[in-house]
Design a binder for this molecule. Structure first.
Ligand SMILES: NC(=O)c1ccc[n+]([C@@H]2O[C@H](COP(=O)([O-])OP(=O)(O)OC[C@H]3O[C@@H](n4cnc5c(N)ncnc54)[C@H](OP(=O)(O)O)[C@@H]3O)[C@@H](O)[C@H]2O)c1
Length: 248
């Protein structure tokens, strides 16, 4: 996807300090001249992350909760030149007991994990349509497949994001714009620190490598690891009383 551009490629990482997002960027088989825009809330951490990447990086301010600013934010990034790859990695995992105690935390999690991706990616799509090409990576989750009592607000936001990404994929068919919908399982890292690991867990680096490989092909959906697709089918088919009785 990096050939024949005739200029340095440009990548936008929404959630510029995301462990998974940065691992994807690090694993890209892109030329060293590639320009990477790291978008997030903490400039110092964005700059530190940029220094670890083998590309030309820039940090820009981005708040997922500032929904009314997203159109302008995206327009400003595209005004500086074409964007070839957008990775939507923004997300938070607020524990269910905290959400139960404060519904505003639920609203913030839904806005961060779902609504902000809709407001940013609709505008990204409009700009990619105008430039005639582009690829969008969306980070869904196994949690999107069936709500679990242990984190059903997170799961419902991911289910919304997953449905949005599938609809977007279909809406963009034949336009030259591609969506890659990624569904990792449990990823060992900052977001899940202190949590008990789940079956078929992976590391951010493994997710990064899998996404980079998939970007060189034509897939529109990717499970990480791949056998998670089988587990997801079993989860979908499990009778509800059994599902309800699971501890996790
Ligand atoms: N870790 C897992 O087990 C797992 C599994 C499946 C899917 N996913 C999904 O993969 C994506 C990346 O996760 P990760 O493991 O890389 O987590 P992470 O390292 O915690 O990254 C999350 C990113 O979201 C950013 N963010 C959160 N709220 C924001 C806001 N209001 N405005 C701007 N940025 C904000 C964080 O910025 P700050 O550094 O400023 O907080 C960080 O860059 C998420 O969508 C997550 O739901 C994760």
């Amino acid at each position: 996807m990096w050939e024949n551009l005739g200029r340095p490629a440009r990548v936008l990482l929404l959630g510029g300090t995301s462990e998974i997002g940065l691992a994807i960027v690090a694993a890209l088989r892109a030329p060293a001249s590639t320009r990477v825009v790291l978008a997030g809330r903490d400039e110092a951490r964005l700059n530190a992350a940029g220094k670890e990447l083998p590309f030309d990086t820039t940090a820009v301010g981005f708040d997922a909760l500032a929904l009314d600013l997203h159109k302008e934010f995206v327009d400003e990034i595209f005004a500086e030149g074409p964007v070839d790859l957008v990775i939507a990695a923004t997300g938070i995992l607020t524990p269910q007991d905290q959400v139960d105690a404060d519904p505003q935390l639920a609203a913030a999690m839904i806005e961060t994990n779902f609504t902000s991706h809709v407001t940013t990616l609709l505008q990204v799509t409009a700009r990619m349509r105008a430039q005639g090409h582009g690829t969008i990576v969306v980070l869904s989750s196994i949690a999107a497949i069936r709500p679990r009592k242990a984190n059903y607000v997170y799961g419902s936001a991911k289910a919304g994001l997953d449905a949005f990404a599938r609809g977007l994929t279909d809406a963009l068919a034949g336009t030259g714009i591609r969506v890659l919908l990624v569904r990792p399982g449990f990823v060992i890292g900052r977001m899940t620190s202190g949590m008990e690991s789940a079956p078929m867990s992976s590391t951010p680096e493994q997710v990064g490598q899998a996404v980079a490989r998939a970007l060189n092909g034509r897939a529109t959906e990717l499970w990480v690891p791949r056998p998670l697709a089988v587990l997801a089918t079993a989860i979908r088919l499990m009778p509800r009383p059994l599902w309800r009785a699971t501890r996790r």
